[in-house]
Design a protein around this ligand. Structure first.
Ligand code: NAP
Length: 286
């Protein structure tokens, strides 16, 4: 039941029509008896500043931010959480006195998902496929959580080099390196890697695509973590499993980035059993 006290949260992005965030947040609000509604806001190119100002003027409690505005939104925020500042991208805005504060819950969301899936990072050699916004954040997460080596493979190798340089300068030592996708065979003979698939290749409706076509690559992968959640089993995951590795998709990352955002907006903790029920609701809505 909505009434005069109902608070509103929403998603700023373009497109937003296929989002699962309303399923997560409206379910949580119902279960926690919070008088809150969550709606998608389709924001056209060039209007993200107006959207943030308008959301504040309309007393919106908080927003998620998705493609393509995760970095573009930064100048319109009053404050930035230190993790979001380091990553250079936000996916969550929290209402504060005088403006919104920006957070990145994607990375803590991914970390919580990996913990739950029993995927270790400490002392692991890691391959990151991709060098976009999410891959950059993943590279920082991997070094912060103790990976021993991070190899970023990307179609546009210059972008991978930029991330590797930033990560190395952050750590003060050479832990990250960059290569074009085609040079993965230089990694052979070094054991197997935790591999994070952070490109958009293989997403619905292009589920037959995979960023790394060459099957020999998958002999390097002991665990393949695809950040894509639709389809639930990507070709990258299938190839990983066919070569003896464990494989996971990005659905739990999506769940936990949402749960962490919800906790920031409402100040209420989401218990693990409620997180699990929410996950089932989310999967059913896919
Ligand atoms: P982005 O900044 O647009 O980066 C896309 C990446 O994919 C780039 O590295 C790009 O390579 C690569 N790529 C795209 N098409 C390619 C192709 N045909 N061949 C080879 N490489 C290609 O995207 P992003 O924001 O980092 O997001 C990446 C993916 O992460 C999303 O598509 C989504 O599936 C996933 N994601 C999941 C969650 C979750 O909660 N599970 C949250 C956020 C994102 P170039 O640099 O060469 O262009």
């Amino acid at each position: 039941m909505m009434d005069g006290y109902t608070r509103c949260c929403g998603l700023i992005g373009c497109p937003v029509e296929h989002t699962l965030s309303p399923v997560i947040h409206n379910f949580l609000a119902g279960e926690k008896k919070e008088n809150l509604v969550y709606v998608p806001f389709h924001v056209s190119e060039g209007l993200v500043g107006d959207a943030v100002k308008g959301a504040y003027a309309l007393n919106i409690l908080g927003c998620n931010v998705t493609v393509p505005y995760k970095s573009e939104v930064l100048p319109y925020l009053k404050e930035l959480d230190p993790l979001a500042a380091r990553i250079g991208a936000v996916n969550t805005l929290v209402r504060t006195e005088g403006g919104f504060k920006g957070y990145n819950t994607d990375m803590p969301g991914l970390y919580r998902a990996m913990l739950e899936d029993a995927v270790a990072i400490r002392d692991e050699q890691v391959i990151i496929l991709g060098a976009g916004g999410v891959a950059r954040a993943v590279a920082f997460l991997m070094v912060e959580k103790g990976a021993s080596r991070v190899v970023i493979l990307n179609r546009t190798v210059q972008k991978a080099h930029m991330i590797a340089e930033e990560v190395n300068s952050f750590c003060g030592r050479k832990i990250a390196e960059a290569k074009p996708l085609t040079q993965y065979h230089e990694l052979e003979g070094n054991g197997r890697f935790l591999t994070i698939q952070a490109t958009s290749v293989g997403m619905y409706p292009y589920e037959d695509s995979v960023v790394m076509e060459e099957e020999a690559f998958y002999n390097l992968v002991h665990t393949g973590y695809d950040l894509i959640f639709n389809p639930s089993c990507t070709r990258f995951m299938r190839l990983t499993m066919e070569h003896g590795g464990r494989a996971f998709n990005g659905a739990k990352m999506l769940l936990y980035q949402g749960i962490i955002a919800y906790e920031l907006w409402t100040g209420k903790k989401i218990e693990q059993d409620l997180a699990e029920v929410t996950f089932q609701k989310m999967l059913a809505a896919m």
